[in-house]
Design a protein around this ligand. Structure first.
Ligand SMILES: *[C@@H]1O[C@H](CO)[C@@H](O)[C@H](O)[C@H]1NC(C)=O
Ligand SMILES: *[C@@H]1O[C@H](CO)[C@@H](O)[C@H](O)[C@H]1NC(C)=O
Ligand SMILES: *[C@@H]1O[C@H](CO)[C@@H](O)[C@H](O)[C@H]1NC(C)=O
Ligand SMILES: *[C@@H]1O[C@H](CO)[C@@H](O)[C@H](O)[C@H]1NC(C)=O
Length: 457
């Protein structure tokens, strides 16, 4: 993912804006499915990777590779929640095409910008496929093994040389931003490890998930009162935290905590269950500011950038992940439902009201009541996820190896990975890379974060 200070409002001009609102009755699964179907079709309209001569797993410019991986995660869940398999073929084709070399969602074409978070978003999509029982593609790496491969390549990158640990944002030291230890990279690693722990019962994953969460706490990426901040630079040994807060950082940790609560409860680990329950409760309390835009209480918004018009292409998709992880959390820690479901319902109804058919069907600011003309892949995905995650009663919840899982487990997957990373990083140094990035960071901080900083603490 890239930081950006640019204002992309003009994107809305690229496609026609729908004016009709979708019907969505949150008490009626058929109504939810019908609305999700329209929004899913609008999402798919942005994708060209399956066309002859194009690359499966890539979205057209200006969208980055990671977002395409995340989008297929939305399609995996779309199929799971609605039973509509329209997008399964393009999803499988994209995942298989992007396995890369090493075989862990590290395609060579992405090397110049490949972050741990980018790789992890594809890994989380593969893991959702395994949890949702999307059948593996014969003759290819299984979905579970792809997620394991991401874990197995990332764990050796844990960097205790600075800040007492953590994953750097970038995988390769020669890339801009290597010095940044960001919350989404560490949060995605936490999320994958926690879900792999639940899926397989393998204690290695539990240990790493716990370690990642505790490290984020120790440097203040997670505050004691459960705010999730953006990241921190190893140049100051992580003493200086960028305090912007995004919906997806809260969501990705909430889901990991839910997986670990579920695992602890299932295995009779009462202390573990109490610890993770307390954390989930804290996180749930602190997502409230994301649901209180003026005049539209309960409607999800990306507080740091929706009002000031500074959301970039990445950030426009972040609400999708908070919605996705709210669904996952309710499925795996059912006691969270009374807190989370009302927020999801209010948000989905508001999203539907400003959504219509087509590529530009859904806008960005749900609290406005009409399509605000800010349209794109992220806006479509966010609307899709907030609607389809209402359907938790239609599904059994994520499976594990002992509870119906069908994806093949190769615990050594991705072990061809660290050689490459070490090789690259031995011949370069990160010291040259960070300066430009830090400047950008300061700008993002000033322009995007100001308002949220005042009210968020
Ligand atoms: C890498 O780029 C080439 C040239 O555009 C393309 O043919 C190939 O499919 C791409 N590979 C991946 C994994 O994206
Ligand atoms: C850097 O931070 C870590 C963790 O907070 C700490 O253990 C270590 O002593 C610090 N190193 C320096 C040089 O300050
Ligand atoms: C754990 O999660 C599964 C779904 O993955 C769910 O069926 C089960 O009820 C959860 N366990 C508890 C104790 O809530
Ligand atoms: C547990 O997971 C780790 C990390 O992926 C792997 O190296 C190990 O082989 C796994 N153990 C088993 C018994 O599968």
């Amino acid at each position: 993912m890239r930081p950006s200070t640019l204002f992309y409002g003009a994107l809305g001009l690229l496609s026609p804006i729908a004016t009709s609102a979708l019907e969505l009755n949150p008490d009626d699964p058929d109504s939810i499915k019908a609305a999700a179907k329209v929004v899913a079709a609008g999402t798919r309209d942005w994708y060209t990777g399956d066309r002859v001569g194009d690359t499966p797993g890539n979205l057209p410019d200006p969208y980055y590779w990671w977002l395409c991986g995340a989008m297929f995660g939305s399609f995996v869940d779309y199929w799971y929640y609605t039973g509509d398999d329209t997008y399964n073929a393009i999803t499988k084709q994209a995942i298989i095409h992007q396995i890369g070399d090493p075989k862990a969602f590290m395609p060579q074409n992405q090397t110049s910008t490949l972050g741990n978070d980018d790789q992890a978003f594809w890994g989380m999509t593969a893991l959702s496929a395994a949890e949702n029982k999307l059948p593996d593609v014969e003759g290819e790496m299984s979905f579970l093994s792809l997620a394991i491969a991401v874990f197995n390549t990332q764990a050796p990158r844990w960097n205790a040389r600075t800040c007492g640990g953590g994953l750097n944002w970038q995988i390769f030291t020669f890339n801009n931003g290597y010095d940044y230890k960001n919350t989404i990279s560490n949060g995605a690693f936490f999320n994958i490890a926690a879900r792999l722990a639940k899926y397989t019962g393998n204690a290695t994953y539990t240990e790493w998930a716990t370690k990642a969460y505790e490290w984020e706490l120790s440097v203040g990426l997670i505050s004691k009162d459960f705010h999730f901040y953006d990241g921190t630079s190893e140049r100051q040994n992580c003493s200086d935290v960028n305090h912007i807060q995004w919906t997806y950082n809260a969501g990705i940790h909430m889901a990991g905590a839910a997986a670990l609560w579920n695992l602890s409860t299932t295995t009779g680990d009462e202390a573990g269950a109490a610890k993770w329950r307390g954390r989930i409760e804290g996180i749930m309390k602190n997502i409230d500011p994301f649901f209180n835009p003026e005049g539209a209480p309960g409607v999800m918004s990306e507080v740091a950038c929706e009002r000031n018009g500074l959301c970039d292409h990445d950030q426009r998709s972040f609400k999708a992940y908070l919605a996705r992880w709210m669904g996952f959390t309710m499925l795996t820690a059912p006691w969270t439902r009374q807190t989370l479901m009302p927020k999801l319902r209010t948000s989905a109804v508001a999203a539907a009201k400003q959504c219509g058919p087509g590529k530009g069907g859904c806008g960005m600011r749900w609290w406005r009541g009409v399509n605000d003309g800010e349209v794109g892949v992220g806006e479509q995905m966010s609307a899709l996820e907030v609607m389809q995650n209402l359907l938790i009663d239609q599904v059994a919840g994520p499976v594990g190896e002992q509870t119906g899982g069908i994806s093949k487990n190769d615990p050594s997957a991705g072990s061809d990975g660290d050689k490459l990373t070490v090789q690259y990083n031995a011949i370069t140094t990160g010291d040259k890379a960070g300066a430009g990035f830090l400047t950008i960071l300061v700008l993002v901080f000033l322009f995007a974060g100001g308002w949220w900083l005042i009210t968020g603490e």
